[in-house]
Design a protein around this ligand. Structure first.
Ligand SMILES: C[S@@+](CC[C@H](N)C(=O)[O-])C[C@H]1O[C@@H](n2cnc3c(N)ncnc32)[C@H](O)[C@@H]1O
Length: 221
């Protein structure tokens, strides 16, 4: 029997589905935070964060890319996938999407969550080799969440050099920095380096609804 008024079996059923959805989401979020805390305690500089990024940061990070028209899109350091779903949702039908995540536990989670996605459990240092193996010469967009401020100058330069070399002319690159770390010499060096590797660099407002607050660099080659 289906009743139409509030409190009807149908209304109650739909409420239960929503409540289950919310609770599944919260469970996933808690599991992701626990994973970040564990992996951060093992390798703080490499993981670079104690919690996954928020949907607000995700939106800002993806905003400057034309994902729909891209042939190839890369994600650097997807972690548990805080930006991955937004990227996947906005890709064109023919777009090839490749992620590089160096942490084995994060890679396991990603592969389970997105079984058809191409995830390399490799450092982004391997990007040129992987692209050559896949017969890809240039990519259109790169979405990065690497912990740049934890990297020394040589590592920053090496990875930015790789990034520039694989990005097509006019291609887009975005990444973020935590607000509290902006004064660090390594964060300032990274900000300066961006304008030597890219012709156009813009900086977003601070995204307060992220733990910790962050800002986004949107760059174009
Ligand atoms: C700050 S976390 C961001 C994770 C996720 N995108 C988010 O925002 O919640 C940085 C991620 O980059 C990964 N990472 C660090 N160095 C890397 C490298 N050289 N190549 C690929 N991934 C790397 C870490 O394992 C970690 O998952």
């Amino acid at each position: 029997m289906v009743e139409r008024a509030d409190g009807s079996p149908e209304a109650k059923r739909s409420f239960t589905f929503k409540a289950e959805g919310v609770s599944r989401m919260s469970q996933q979020r808690f599991a992701d935070i626990a994973n970040f805390l564990i992996e951060f305690s093992k390798a703080p500089k490499k993981v670079g964060a104690v919690a996954p990024s928020s949907p607000y940061l995700s939106r800002e990070l993806i905003f400057g890319h034309e994902l729909q028209n891209a042939n190839v899109v890369l994600e650097y350091g997807p972690g548990t996938g805080a930006f991955t779903q937004d990227i996947l949702t906005n890709l064109g039908d023919q777009t090839k999407f490749i992620a590089f995540e160096v942490n084995p536990q994060m890679t396991r989670i990603l592969r389970k969550r997105y079984p058809t996605m191409l995830v390399y459990e490799e450092s982004v240092d391997e990007v040129p080799k992987v692209l050559a193996d896949l017969n890809i010469s240039k990519v259109d967009c790169i979405v990065s969440s690497l912990p740049w401020a934890s990297f020394d100058r040589d590592t920053q330069d090496r990875i930015l050099g790789i990034t520039r070399s694989v990005l097509k002319d006019g291609g887009s690159f975005s990444t973020f920095a935590y607000f509290h770390g902006l004064a660090l010499p390594s964060a300032q060096a990274f900000r300066r380096a961006l304008s030597t590797y890219f012709s156009d660099v813009s900086i977003s407002d601070i995204i307060w609804r992220n733990v910790p607050p962050a800002l986004v660099y949107n760059c174009r080659k």
